[in-house]
Design a protein around this ligand. Structure first.
Ligand SMILES: Cc1cc2nc3c(=O)[nH]c(=O)nc-3n(C[C@H](O)[C@H](O)[C@H](O)COP(=O)(O)OP(=O)(O)OC[C@H]3O[C@@H](n4cnc5c(N)ncnc54)[C@H](O)[C@@H]3O)c2cc1C
Length: 393
């Protein structure tokens, strides 16, 4: 019997999917970079681009991207399998490629012109460019539609003036997905445009922002735009329809982009279970019951998150995109924070050592930012309430 709005899901992997998994696992085993990933600056950029290039050359970049732009044109289920194997192999987190691969690229595939796709997609997959996101402003974070960076049309260009903040890795980027106000008179959601901005354009100034977790490294910059000229051909979607395009971008950022992290954290929980078994004796300041209960809860939550990922992927393979991506984002943020806190409780003072292996304290501090980035957990819950559960505003 068919129920309205209910889509059947296939939660089993086919034989072909399983052999794809074997291939992915074998390639990762043979090709993982041996050197450690640098944590900042140009060395980090070179590392991430080189690793991306190696994946492309091996045929593993853009598993679900269209073939004509350098991808493999396979299903989202295969993309998910690749992410699972990538996390299982503990492959380096090439974070600088995150925006390009996980939301700018998918947005161009969904909403870009043919010329935009040809100009940008294969360069992303080949590891030639880094992208950043210019959405948030000093007074427009959660209420993104209130953004005030302006662009006026002059001939065949837009002239941009204003400022963006919290731009992750903006100083190492070649391109930016930039939201600007192109009609100040229209209702706030209707006067926004989504632009492809060349970060080398004259008139862009970057100011580094120091953060608690890495005082000697730059993660964020604030971007200032002073009469920056952007060709009209760089508008993605229609002019003044950028809000709709941005909703696609955020859907990718909060949904499929979370898959790898979610799987990585499921492995972390398994690692912590082994670590707890090894360490917790009767003289532990923490009772085994308490740690055991928290580990069990996290493992169950990770399994629920994985099931939800399969649901979202299965729906997306069936052509259904919706606000359920916020469920993934909310759950990933919450479980990461609990997993990082638990790791510190299990390791105790040892967490301060062994920094070459895994910087436990750094990742614990960083986990606080996870429920802010890509929309705070309160905003995700608002979206779940209003758009998934249909509750009144
Ligand atoms: C690690 C990290 C990386 C980031 N990278 C980027 C990037 O590359 N590009 C980019 O553009 N931005 C980036 N951001 C910015 C991020 O998107 C914003 O910080 C986020 O959207 C929140 O906006 P805000 O900081 O202005 O907080 P505010 O919007 O001022 O929110 C403050 C508090 O009020 C709560 N709140 C606000 N409105 C509501 C409401 N309606 N209902 C309930 N609670 C509400 C929020 O949940 C929050 O707790 C990044 C942030 C982080 C932490």
């Amino acid at each position: 019997m068919a129920f309205p709005g209910v889509v059947s899901m296939d939660l089993k992997f086919s034989r072909a999917d399983r052999s794809f998994r074997d291939e992915a696992r074998a390639w990762l085993n043979a090709n993982l970079p041996r050197e450690r990933r640098p944590h900042s600056g140009d060395a980090m950029r070179q590392f991430d681009l080189a690793w991306q290039r190696r994946q492309f050359e091996g045929g593993w970049a853009g598993v679900s991207w269209p073939e004509e732009y350098g991808g493999r044109g396979l299903s989202l289920t295969r993309q998910l399998i690749w992410h699972e194997e990538y996390a299982r192999a503990d492959a380096p987190d090439n974070h600088l490629c995150f925006v390009a691969l996980n939301h700018a690229g998918p947005t161009l595939i969904a909403r870009g012109t043919e010329a935009q796709k040809r100009d940008h997609l294969s360069k992303i997959l080949r590891g030639e460019v880094i992208w950043c996101q210019g959405f948030s402003e000093p007074n427009s974070g959660s209420d993104l539609a209130s953004l005030r960076t302006q662009a006026r049309i002059e001939g065949d260009h837009l002239i941009v003036n204003g400022s963006k903040i919290w731009t992750s890795h903006g100083h190492l980027s070649d391109w930016q997905e930039l939201l600007v106000r192109t009609d100040a008179e229209a209702p706030k959601h209707k006067g926004i445009s989504w632009l492809i901005c060349d970060m080398k354009s004259p008139g862009i100034t970057l100011r580094p922002i120091e953060i608690m977790t890495s005082p000697n490294q730059v993660h964020f910059v604030q971007c200032f735009y002073d009469d920056v000229r952007i060709p009209l051909g760089n508008v993605v979607g229609e002019i003044n329809d950028g809000w709709n395009v941005a909703m696609s971008t955020l859907g990718f950022e909060r949904g499929t982009a979370q898959v790898r992290d979610q799987i990585r954290y499921a492995y972390l929980v398994e690692k912590m279970i082994c670590e707890a078994q090894r360490r917790l004796g009767s003289d532990s300041p923490l009772s085994n019951d308490e740690i055991g209960a928290r580990l069990a809860q996290l493992r169950a939550d990770m399994a629920a998150a994985r099931a939800m990922t399969y649901m979202v992927t299965s729906r997306a393979d069936a052509g259904l995109q919706d606000s359920r991506s916020s469920l993934m984002r909310a759950m990933v943020g919450d479980t990461q924070q609990r997993a990082r806190r638990l790791a510190l409780d299990i390791l105790g003072p040892d967490a301060l050592e062994n920094r070459e292996d895994d910087d436990w304290v750094y990742y614990y501090l960083r986990s606080f930012s996870i429920t802010i980035a890509a929309g705070t957990s309160q905003i995700q819950r608002n979206i779940i309430g209003e758009r998934v559960l249909g509750l009144p505003r």
